[in-house]
Ligand binder design. Structure first.
Ligand code: SAM
Length: 488
């Protein structure tokens, strides 16, 4: 398929939700990802300008039916881009209208009293960037309460609009500016402010009462939901936003073992945790893959958060960097990242008492998300996926049975950065014997009941907090012996 047809196809599917461009560009299979991404984004940016020019030039009136989005990409490249290098059978149609289109562009600039193309875009309603990311603020319950923070902001002149009822309501809210705020509908203790709000100098922020954390990044710890007093591992922890959220969930009781390879990031994390009032942490500048499962202090670890290094393709601006990499460089990088992600996740599932492991990335690539989860499920039949937040509208890509138990987040659909979350749960002994007869990756209806954090809590069987059956104690003693032998 040609560049123009592929770009037009993506515009058709997008209905102007630009955030989805990234994944659609990748999924299109078009070789020159960079060129395609640039063309789609720029056409979106010029969309309203193009609509007016195309309609004034009566471009769509001819006997041959030129689809609107295809007309837009062609006219964009003719007037503002590279000047129609390809274009197949439509090229001659567009070129026949060249003088008329250029005249309409000039007329439009006069009408709008602007001289540059950029000013023309701005004068016609901005860049079609889709919804802007709101300012999400997590209330740090180790230091304050939701009620106190709401009262504080009301005193600062903000209007409290209550708890949002839908993502659409959040989208509407994010389009308006002004001094108001909402409570989020999915994440407790999360407040939503208009996109331009800056709290970096706010006294509650500098005192660690507020954490500036994107909504999607709050989901892994929320869904892992360790009970108060639990032993938890944060495998790749720095700069520590999820660590402090885990500490708040377990109310600083129990333990969060947090690992990171990067010394500098770990030092920043240490400062941030101090500011956030976290006291239950044990930080280690260590490769998580070298953490020994059999070490005595990890025997009670029941919950693990694995948020490993990833391409970051779900974050604004990272796509630009990615699209500057040649296809092969990018492929190699994704392969290396997903190999590490598999190893980290697999390592986490081998801790003796672990019941729940949450896996997350800020990547939009299937290779780092569904593909990793699928392989790990195959390698670890003792675990299955819990169906997280069933009301969340965007699910894992349908690449394997049960992938809908995972969730995805995007700016256009969930008003967050691009993100992926999967929650692994250890199978109960009864389930294990049933599953041995069934396909290991078939999430049954019973499995899907475990759907949200409170249900997960109530369904939890053996908590990590020191309950041992005699047979498992024997097994653990055996493992410890093995560990000692390995260490010596
Ligand atoms: N969870 C963190 C948060 O919410 O603030 C963000 C983690 S970031 C996506 C990934 C982190 O993994 C980086 O800080 C990186 O230094 C660390 N990392 C990479 N390889 C690692 C390894 N083998 N063991 C431990 N940490 C590692």
């Amino acid at each position: 398929m040609s560049l123009y047809q592929t770009a037009a196809g993506i515009l058709d599917r997008l209905q102007r939700k630009e955030a989805a461009v990234k994944s659609l560009v990748y999924d299109s299979g078009f070789k020159n990802v960079r060129q395609l991404y640039a063309l789609v984004c720029e056409t979106l940016r010029y969309s309203s300008v193009m609509e007016e020019i195309i309609s004034s030039a009566e471009l769509l009136r001819g006997p041959k039916k030129l689809p609107m989005n295809l007309a837009k990409v062609l006219v964009y490249d003719l007037l503002f881009g590279k000047g129609l290098q390809c274009g197949g059978r439509w090229k001659s149609t567009i070129l026949a209208h060249r003088a008329r289109l250029q005249a309409e562009l000039a007329k439009l600039k006069v009408k709008r009293k602007v001289s540059s193309n950029q000013d023309l875009v701005t004068s016609m309603g901005g860049s079609s960037d889709g919804p802007a990311l709101p300012r999400y603020v997590r209330v740090n319950t180790l230091k304050t309460s939701m009620d106190d923070v709401i009262t504080y902001f009301k005193r600062q002149g903000y209007t409290y609009l209550g708890k949002a009822r839908s993502i659409e309501e959040l989208v509407d809210f994010a389009r308006k500016s002004g001094k108001s705020f909402l409570q989020d509908l999915h994440v407790p203790n999360l407040l939503v402010f208009p996109p331009s709000t800056d709290f970096h100098k706010d006294s509650l922020y500098t005192a660690g009462h507020l954490i500036l954390q994107d909504k999607a990044s709050c989901l892994p710890a929320l869904l892992l939901d360790p009970p108060v007093g639990a032993c938890v591992i944060d495998a790749c922890a720095a700069p520590g936003n999820k660590t402090s959220q885990l500490a708040a969930i377990i109310q600083n009781k129990g333990k969060v073992f947090a690992f990171d390879l990067d010394t500098k990031r770990l030092a920043t994390m240490s400062t941030l945790l101090l500011r956030a009032g976290v006291t239950c942490q044990e930080l280690a500048n260590q490769d998580f893959l070298t953490v020994k499962h059999c070490e005595s202090k990890y025997q009670k670890v029941s919950h693990i958060l694995v948020d490993p290094s990833c391409s970051g393709s779900g974050m604004p601006d990272r796509m630009r960097v990615l699209t500057h990499e040649a296809g092969s460089e990018q492929e190699e990088r994704l392969q290396a990242l997903s190999a590490f992600q598999r190893r980290a996740l697999s390592h986490a599932l081998k801790f003796p008492s672990v019941q729940f492991v949450v896996y997350s990335t800020c990547s939009i690539h299937q290779q780092e998300n569904e593909d990793v989860v699928k392989d790990i499920l195959e390698q670890h039949p003792d675990f299955r996926l819990a169906n997280v937040l069933p009301s969340w509208p965007v699910r894992g890509l349908s690449t394997f049975p049960g992938s809908e138990c995972c969730l995805r987040a995007t700016l256009s659909e969930t008003l967050t950065n691009g993100f992926f979350v999967a929650l692994f749960q250890r199978r109960s002994p009864e389930e294990k014997s049933i599953s041995e007869e069934l396909h290991p990756m078939n999430a049954s209806d019973a499995e899907k009941e475990i759907s949200n954090p409170s249900q997960v809590q109530s369904k939890r069987k053996s908590e990590c907090i020191g309950q041992d059956s005699s047979s498992s104690t024997k097994k653990k003693r055996k493992k410890r012996k093995k560990c000692k032998t390995e260490q010596s």
